[in-house]
Design a protein around this ligand. Sequence first.
Ligand code: HEC
Length: 161
Amino acid sequence: MTPVLSPLVNERPVPGHHPRPVDAVRRLARALLIVYLALGPFATAAAQDTAAPTDPAALAARQVERGEQWFRSACLQCHAIGAVSNPDFRLKWGGRTAQDLFDLISRTMPDGDPGSLSRGAYLAITAYLLKLNGMPVASAPLAADSTALGGVRLAFPATPR
Ligand code: HEC
């Protein structure tokens, strides 16, 4: 181990000097610290990859999950899940666009504090409401772009879930 670590910590064995075990431990600790500092950014980037996928389909699934969390924290107190996923809701919103639904909730909800969430949160909630009503999760997340959102036609299956 020592011959490998020595160049890293720039220590040559002194002739006739027998390193004590504690020296070896110190050298190992310093070598590990150097390796850690060198690899730290890569390790962090890898961890972030797991936390935030870059694959569009995975991002779309994640958006729906976040939408559910937002719905539970900001909407559920007034709207039971069943109140926004039922035949009436689908009849009302079917044939309209994701932009229409996004527009309504982002301008008027939560009732009493409209517009208080971020655009991303309203988008995520919109994605969640589509999923809740039986639309398949899209191959990419809903984008914060009214033209793109206006192109997402709401088409609910007759009997979701
Ligand atoms: C303080 C109570 C309250 C909160 C919180 C609230 N809403 Fe509402 N919401 C209402 C009321 C009242 C209406 C209007 C009556 C109705 O249409 O049911 C409404 C209407 C709606 C509608 C239209 C209903 C329909 O059938 O089309 C949607 C969609 C909606 N809310 C979504 C949300 C979302 C999403 C959130 C969270 C960001 C939210 N609401 C938070 C009270 C609330």
